[in-house]
Write a protein that binds this ligand. Structure first.
Ligand SMILES: NC(=[NH2+])NCCC[C@H](N)C(=O)O
Ligand SMILES: [Mn+2]
Ligand SMILES: [Mn+2]
Length: 303
């Protein structure tokens, strides 16, 4: 597998999957950080497909079934599913910019229909495995991995008219350090592979990524990288809505993406949860844009 020479970038200015405003400006912050120029300078043909239009509720209603803004998140996910499906049909590499993590419901729905066995790397401080029944917050950005596994709300689950989008054994979570009780049970029940911060500390990032590559390349025919910037330590990526101390460093994250790039296993990617209002001089968007470059093969070459 190989990152295609043609990359299509699509922004999803979504902030309805959680309660802190500003994450809808993530796509512009990453574009402002020079993301597209960066990709072009690495020799790729890049097309900016612009942003999906997100319809906002007139005023936030009390959540039904503990799912805030369900109707709007559903509508946006359906749109994104169609756009991403087209990008993959055209043979291009989809690069999706969030927006809160609820957007991965639509992106993975558009991607996974093109694979028998899509692999999924969930690079995140959280597991995002809640459902309306288990969620402590009612925020849908804490639920997309469960939805992609075919759990939780049926309208979300069935976007694209198929479910599940990924099998539990094709998922690897990296960087987890804040997991709710219901999520822990699900991880155990489904046997999901998780490298918590404890494991990253013990094994080191090189081993974690080697094992991830080995594990996924045995069983999958494509791998989507879903990178939540809150996987990184808030010292390196402060502009996120749900920061958790003790995260992955800037260097560890670059190494991870450089190794994934060398292994040529990633077939689509999304970078989510960049919130410029909570950021420090757009640092988190800068970090995201640099991480994209590492994923696309940027390396220091001494000639
Ligand atoms: N994509 C994220 N940042 N998710 C944070 C989720 C936090 C918490 N587990 C919840 O479900 O509300
Ligand atoms: Mn997170
Ligand atoms: Mn997340």
């Amino acid at each position: 597998m190989f990152i295609h020479k043609d990359i299509s970038v699509i922004g999803v200015p979504m902030d309805l999957g959680q309660r802190r405003r500003g994450v809808d400006m993530g796509p512009s912050a990453m574009r402002y950080a020079g993301l597209l120029e960066q990709i072009t300078s690495l020799g790729f043909n890049v097309k900016d497909c612009g942003d999906i239009r997100i319809d906002r509720p007139e005023k936030e209603k009390d959540p039904e079934k503990n799912l805030r803004n369900l109707k709007e998140v559903f509508a946006a996910s359906e749109k994104l599913e169609k756009e991403v499906d087209l990008i993959v049909q055209e043979g291009k590499f989809p690069l999706i910019l969030g927006g809160d993590h609820s957007i991965s419901i639509g992106s993975i729905a558009g991607i996974s229909r093109h694979y028998e066995n899509l692999g999924l790397i969930w690079y995140d401080a959280h597991a995002d495995l809640n459902t309306g029944e288990t969620s402590p917050s009612g925020n849908i950005h804490g639920m997309p991995l469960a939805v992609n596994l075919g759990l939780g709300d049926s309208s979300l689950r069935n976007i694209g008219n198929y479910s599940p989008k990924v099998k539990a054994e094709n998922i690897v979570i990296i960087g987890a350090r804040s997991i709710d009780e219901g999520e822990k049970l699900l991880i155990k029940e489904k046997g999901i592979k998780v490298f918590t911060m404890h494991e990253v500390d013990r094994l080191g990032m090189p081993k974690v990524i080697e094992e991830t590559i080995h594990y996924l390349s045995q069983r999958t025919d494509g791998v989507h990288l879903s990178l939540d910037l809150d996987a990184l330590d808030p010292l390196d990526a402060p502009g996120v809505g749900t920061p958790v101390m003790g995260g992955l460093t800037y260097r560890e994250s670059h190494l991870a993406l450089e190794m994934l790039s060398e292994a040529k296993i990633i077939t689509s990617a999304e970078f989510v949860e960049v919130n410029p209002i909570l950021d420090d001089k757009n640092r988190t968007a800068d970090v995201a844009s640099e991480l994209v470059a590492s994923l696309l093969g940027k390396k220091l070459v001494l000639t």
